[in-house]
Design a protein around this ligand. Structure first.
Ligand SMILES: Nc1ncnc2c1ncn2[C@@H]1O[C@H](COP(=O)(O)OP(=O)(O)OP(=O)(O)O)[C@@H](O)[C@H]1O
Length: 940
């Protein structure tokens, strides 16, 4: 016996002598035509049927084994026999070959008109004839059965198997290429789909299937009768593989050389062409004839391959032993669509498109586009949702989550919790309504069923009325349900203040999936809405892509940097598309150009972020609820650093708290000398740099075996050594006090940041003109003029002119400049500072540089309220200001200030310019001040 085969018990089986050069191989289904002069087959069949009936076998004759044995020919030292010449009565046992294949008769295919018929047999395993036990009316013999016994540890076999797979795939590849070449009518081509399936089939085979794959491939290729007999006689798997590989190499070589392939099989004309059958099988068209497709070993071959659920090619995913990938692409798509539970409209479209796809030739370029579209439809989470974790514990859990992740931000957290509370309330109302609906529906059901559980045929009049009442009640209750139109939240604040991470915390507190869509720099509406399918390489928009990615219909979407999305331009208006996304009234039927079926976005919780509200189009802003996330004070930053950023960076950089330790001084040093920002992003970066530097130090000390020299605790000197020279110094320290320079305060709308601003006024000989530089807006220019008018009007009272009638601007011009780069400045809030700067210049008295001021000025010198007090004062404190003059009307804003600011700054409220200058220069006597103030007060 061959080393790679094992024998089983001998068994006695009827023999079907194979004529016409056909050779059945194990795992292959073959159609054996039976000519009228073959008397042996009818009697063989009769016996088989009788045996099957005696066994009461449910699968009929399939259970009765037979053996297909080729007749001997020259290759085996005997004669070659043609089908028509074959006469069983003239055949004796010497004409029957030594080797054959145990087979099952899987069907009988008859032609009622001609009386001809064919047997459908499936090869199971190789057999060797031991002894002929009967010759008439049909041959029967005692045979020994052999099955492949493959050792998976056999290295040589592994190599041969790899080679077999390789050359098999090459054959498919060559077939595929040759199919693309135009050929005469009727010539056989291998469809790309089949080729792919075939490739897949080959690559799926494992070492244990080595012999089976060799048989499979031998059946596919062009080979002479003798060569096929040699394959049949190759009991040893290695021997068989080497024979088949040689045949395959020859086939591939000849195909490569010839462009024209008309047929690749030498099977007789009336036998089934395997390629043809493969095409049919894989396309699953409704062909009548069973294919000559090899079945996996041990697999039952059903008589109808196309409908039998045991057919591996038809098995559904998940069924045991099923090769789901073997399903046709169409089936997979259909199943995907089914699983996606599309809403009615989408379903209609999907079915229509699937139908179109079925009619398309897979070689058409459009085929793939069409397929991708249907796949995208199936991948959109139409109905899949994650459970909102909105129970009694929600608010508590959300609070803890927000507090754990963020320091401070009380107002933002409060607003987010309010939002969650509303969401929960809505849901509990809905749950209650659902409960009531259920009770009414149960009532309805009991009304319509008899006691024995069967449905009543007709209702009594009073029952009919009761039913109508119930239906009306259900209607009313359903209307009571709160539609979950989640408001869109907009988090506005400077960069790095935790807007993104707040949104992330909300998502995790709700147990929803989180997805970030970056809108910065989007100019093309199609990026949000997708491209129409008529465009080449069209894709769905960011929203649909996001839905596909998260795979649920109720995620949290963060629309990051909504203020930086472009407005109407060359490529449509992205903000108009956003409007549709964000409007709770519209977003239950969002329209993506690519998908072109309305998509319900109402269950998505949108949270948008922006740095600057001013650039958000008004209609968009109108749809959102704003939550302001202000910048942090140094104190807050210190806490954030100690509690969140340092532990995070220590972890991220592979250190631990016993290897690197920060203290408050170190953190303050980093905040004050290396960062200047409203948020904490740079701070986090710098802390990261320090951790990395310490990691290097630690690793070096460890490598040198000098761990005792390593110091975990950081000090201020370490910071200077690690982070280099200080990046920022106190701005105020740069300035020495000079007449004509005043420190103003600004809150930049871009970035929500506050800072100080120097107003410089210089005087020069001239004719009373005023020059303004420093990127000043119109309102600011006007406030300079108002300030100048007041100073000119009160020049004498201020002691700037000798006589009441003199013009302070006579023979001089002034130049007002607001340095600090290209930052655009506008707004009236520097009016007071302008007036003070002019007075300082004309009177030659400097204003203390640590004093800053903000306030609008009226023509009569009154100081009125301004906005952005918190940012301005935080900025002022950061810049080293000690005293600030604020309008008296802004007293209420001071209450909300962080303690650190209140304690760090002396805040003086003033109502009039006179009041301001009396605080600035307390020792100076202005000649007309008392009279002017008295006059001013009497006019109030
Ligand atoms: N209050 C805070 N407590 C703890 N960590 C914070 C806090 N604020 C910000 N952070 C941290 O600062 C980093 C930057 O925050 P985030 O990315 O959320 O900023 P952002 O406001 O979204 O900025 P941008 O506008 O630039 O997108 C994150 O690592 C975040 O965890």
């Amino acid at each position: 016996m061959a080393p790679n085969a094992s024998s089983k018990q001998p068994l006695v089986v009827p023999i079907i002598p194979q004529t016409t050069g056909a050779v059945l191989l194990p795992g292959v289904i073959q159609r054996i035509p039976v000519s009228p002069n073959r008397a042996d087959i009818p009697s063989l069949l009769a016996t088989v049927y009788t045996r099957a009936a005696a066994q009461k076998s449910p699968s009929g004759i399939e259970n009765i084994p037979v053996a297909c044995v080729p007749l001997t020919n020259d290759a085996f030292g005997q004669k070659s026999i043609d089908d028509d010449d074959y006469d069983i009565s003239q055949t004796d046992r010497t004409d029957i070959g030594e080797y054959g294949v145990r087979a099952k008769i899987t069907g009988v295919d008859g032609n009622g008109r001609t009386g001809e018929f064919a047997l459908l047999v499936r090869g199971v395993s190789r057999v060797k004839i031991e002894k002929m036990t009967q010759e008439r009316p049909f041959f029967e013999a005692k045979v020994e059965e052999y099955t492949d016994d493959v050792s998976t540890n056999d290295v040589a076999l592994q190599k041969m198997f790899a080679q077999l797979k390789l050359i098999s795939k090459e054959l498919v590849a060559v077939l595929r290429i040759s199919s693309m070449i135009p050929r005469p009518n009727g010539a056989l081509v291998l469809s790309p789909l089949i080729a792919r399936r075939l490739e897949f089939f080959i690559s799926q085979r494992e070492l244990k299937d080595a012999g089976y794959l060799a048989d499979f491939m031998a059946n596919l290729i062009e080979a002479s009768y003798a060569e096929k007999l040699q394959v049949l006689a190759a009991w040893d798997v290695k021997d068989r593989i080497s024979k088949v590989v040689k045949l395959l190499e020859r086939q591939v070589g000849s195909m490569k050389n010839s462009v024209q392939i008309t047929t690749i099989t030498t099977t007789p004309a009336d036998a089934v062409n395997p390629l043809d059958e493969l095409n049919k099988l894989f396309q699953r068209s409704k062909v009548k004839r069973p294919p000559m497709l090899p079945m996996p070993p041990g697999m039952k071959a059903p008589s109808n391959l196309y409908s039998d659920p045991r057919n591996p090619y038809l098995q559904r995913p998940g069924t045991p032993g099923g090769e789901d990938q073997e399903l046709s692409e169409m089936d997979e798509l259909e199943q995907k669509l089914e699983a996606a539970k599309l809403p009615a409209e989408a379903k209609r479209v999907a079915e229509r498109e699937l139908k179109r796809l079925r009619q398309m030739n897979p070689q058409m370029a459009e085929y793939q586009t069409q397929k991708t579209y249907i796949e995208t439809l199936a991948e959109i989470p139409w109905s899949v949702v994650t459970d909102d974790r909105l129970g009694p514990e929600t608010l508590k859990r959300a609070r803890t989550q927000l507090d754990d992740d963020h320091y401070g931000l009380e107002k933002a957290k409060k607003r987010l919790l309010e939002y969650l509370a509303v969401l929960r309330l809505k849901q509990s109302v809905n749950d209650e309504v659902d409960g009531q609906v259920k009770i009414v529906e149960e009532e309805l059901e009991s009304l319509e069923t008899r006691e024995d559980g069967t449905a009543k045929e007709e209702l009594r009049p009073e029952e009919k009325k009761q039913k109508q009442d119930c239906l009306a009640k259900v209607d009313v209750l359903k209307k009571k349900k709160m539609v979950d139109k989640s408001p869109i939240l907009l988090l506005v604040g400077p960069p790095g203040v935790g807007k993104t991470s707040l949104a992330r915390s909300v998502a995790s507190a709700l147990g929803r999936k989180f997805h970030r869509i970056s809108l910065g720099g989007i100019r093309d509406e199609a990026e949000i809405r997708g491209h129409r399918r008529t465009y080449v390489a069209s894709l769905p928009g960011l929203i649909v892509q996001g839905l596909k990615k998260v795979g649920v219909a109720n995620p949290v979407f963060l629309l990051d940097e909504i203020d930086k999305a472009g407005s109407a331009g060359h490529y449509g208006d992205p903000s108009a598309a956003l409007l549709e996304v964000l409007d709770p009234e519209q977003n239950h039927s969002f329209h993506d150009h690519y998908i072109s079926v309305p998509i319900d976005l109402s269950r998505v919780l949108f949270i948008a972020t922006a740095n600057d509200m001013n650039t958000i189009p008004a209609p968009l802003l109108d749809r959102m609820e704003m939550i302001y996330v202000p910048g942090y004070t140094t104190l807050e930053k210190r806490h954030i650093a100690m509690r969140h950023l340092i532990p995070k960076q220590i972890r991220v950089n592979g250190m631990s708290s016993d290897k690197v330790a920060f203290n408050m001084d170190v953190v303050s040093k980093i905040i004050e000398s290396y960062t200047r920002e409203s948020g904490v992003r740079s701070l986090e970066r710098e802390i990261g740099s320090v951790c990395r530097a310490k990691a290097v130090e630690f690793a070096e000390a460890k490598d040198d075996g000098q761990l005792e020299r390593y110091r975990a605790q950081l000090n201020v000197e370490d910071i200077e050594r690690i982070l280099g020279i200080e990046k920022f110094e106190e701005e105020i320290a740069e300035k020495t006090s000079r007449p004509g320079i005043v420190t103003g305060l600004v809150a930049y709308s871009s970035g929500g940041n506050g800072s100080i601003l120097f107003i410089e006024v210089a005087s020069m000989p001239g004719n009373g003109t005023v020059q303004l530089t420093g990127k000043l807006g119109d309102v600011l220019k006007e406030s300079v003029e108002v300030a100048l008018s007041w100073v000119k009007a009160h020049a004498f009272a201020l002691g700037l002119t000798a006589n009441p009638g003199d013009n302070v601007m006579k023979e001089r011009s002034i130049h007002v400049h607001c340095p600090s780069g290209s930052i655009p400045k506008d707004g009236p809030s520097s009016g007071m500072a302008q007036a003070v700067a002019l007075i300082s210049l004309f009177s030659d008295k400097a204003v203390p540089p640590t004093m800053a001021m903000t306030g609008e000025i009226s023509l009569r010198g009154r100081i009125t309220a301004v906005g952005g007090i918190k940012e301005k004062l935080i900025g002022a404190l950061r810049a080293g200001v000690k005293t600030v003059l604020l309008p008296a009307q802004n007293k209420k804003d001071v209450k909300d200030l962080p303690v650190e600011v209140k304690e760090g700054l002396e805040i003086i409220h003033v109502g009039h310019v006179w009041e301001a200058i009396s605080h600035i220069w307390p020792d100076h006597i202005f000649p007309g001040m008392e009279q002017d103030v008295a006059g001013f007060e009497s006019r109030l």
